[in-house]
Design a protein around this ligand. Structure first.
Ligand SMILES: Nc1nc2c(ncn2[C@@H]2O[C@H](COP(=O)(O)OP(=O)(O)OP(=O)(O)O)[C@@H](O)[C@H]2O)c(=O)[nH]1
Ligand SMILES: [Mg+2]
Ligand SMILES: [Zn+2]
Length: 351
């Protein structure tokens, strides 16, 4: 088969490169990861694969291992073995829950991150701000989706509240994830060659939306608990799917905890930093100091108390995580000071 045909095939699963690997290796995209191995797709076929031994080495940063969304070079065989992860165009990650600092890759090579929140009991603007902070550093663009429009009476109020709180440039759509007409607006994020990942709490309706976009019920879904709208963690693995629109969509399991990695800029709250510059005292604690611009904005309603609290929480967490990350990197290098480039946009730095 000609190189042009192979490349053309790969375009169907989001490949943007111009040349193929040499030396007997072949190219495919990671569409799923299970305990027992990976599933790859080359634009035509879906097949299982194993990671090469060097990916299993102890001490390897888990973020270096193949992840859903990655383009990988594999050695054909029974089973095929993944040899190399190609440089990532974009990476969405979070810090893993628990004591030890560990960066966990959610999805790679995505153009959009669709943050899905139910307009029911799931609705939580602070959590959406947390997602947006994580996305800032990914290289992908955020889109806020509010599901269950058909189930919620005060939907309009909630939508307006959120619109007032988020930067105007972040697109926001309220949808009924079960209704194809209602989600037609999403086509612009799912064009041929584009990839999007759906994130949000369990029960928000990620798999329901995925199925409506697919036009078939491929992903299992289940009803949320009536009293608090919580889901039942129905989806257990990330899965990359090709949509009839030509785009690729990654459905993910609902995440319980979304820890910042320490690399965030918190650009979302740049206006608060600017406000704090206006305080009379340069070291203002924004408590009861005279001439505090933050207190004034809180008093006159220009800044919502909830958004202020969320900013403080995310800022402290970011600082804690950055310190933990710094200490870990220092330990790995035997105590030598390091020059760590800020951020992990696109390609990751390798040692
Ligand atoms: N009426 C209505 N029901 C919805 C909508 N979106 C999701 N649901 C319902 O909400 C429940 C949970 O949906 P799922 O798609 O399983 O949620 P999920 O986000 O995939 O959850 P996890 O896989 O557990 O992370 C199901 O009963 C869906 O039918 C919507 O827009 N309108
Ligand atoms: Mg699901
Ligand atoms: Zn102040």
């Amino acid at each position: 088969m000609s190189e042009a045909t192979l490349i053309d095939r790969l375009r169907h699963i989001g490949w943007r490169g111009e040349s193929l690997p040499s030396g007997g290796l072949r190219l495919a995209r990671v569409v799923a990861q299970h305990r027992a191995g990976y599933e790859l797709h080359d634009g035509e076929h879906l097949f299982g694969a194993q990671p090469a031994g060097h990916f299993l080495k102890r001490g390897l940063d888990p973020a270096e291992r193949p992840a859903v969304g990655d383009f990988v070079e594999f050695e054909p065989g029974a089973p095929p073995h993944i040899q190399k992860v190609l440089a990532r165009r974009t990476v969405l990650s979070r810090a893993a829950a628990g004591e030890r600092y560990e960066r966990q890759v959610i999805a790679t090579n995505i153009d959009y991150v669709l943050v899905l929140t139910g307009l029911d009991g799931d609705f939580n603007p602070s959590r959406i701000e947390r997602y947006l902070s994580l996305i800032e550093d990914s290289g992908a663009r955020p889109v806020v989706l509010l599901s269950k429009l058909d189930l919620t009476e005060d939907a309009a109020d909630r939508v307006a509240e959120l619109r007032g709180r988020l930067p105007g440039e972040v697109p926001m759509h309220a949808i009924n994830g079960k209704d194809p007409a209602s989600i037609a607006v999403l086509a612009e994020y799912l064009r041929p060659g584009d990839s999007a990942v759906l994130v949000g709490s369990s029960g928000a309706g990620k798999s329901t939306l995925t199925n409506t976009l697919l036009g078939v019920d491929r992903m299992a879904t289940s009803a949320v608990r009536a009293h608090d709208s919580r889901g039942r963690h129905t989806t257990t693995h990330r899965a990359l799917l090709q949509l009839p629109t030509g785009g690729c969509l990654i459905d993910t399991p609902g995440m319980r905890e979304l820890k910042l990695t320490g690399d965030e800029n918190l650009d979302l709250f740049a206006d608060i930093d600017e406000l704090a510059e206006l305080c009379r005292f340069a070291d203002c604690g924004h408590g009861s100091e005279p001439g505090c611009a933050v207190q004034e904005a809180l008093d006159n309603g220009a800044l919502s108390a909830e958004r202020w609290r969320n900013y403080l929480k995310l800022r402290d967490e970011r600082e804690d995580q950055a310190a933990t990350l710094e200490a870990r990197l220092r330990r790995q290098r035997g105590g030598r000071p390091i020059d760590r480039p800020h951020g992990h946009r696109g390609q990751r730095e390798r040692d």
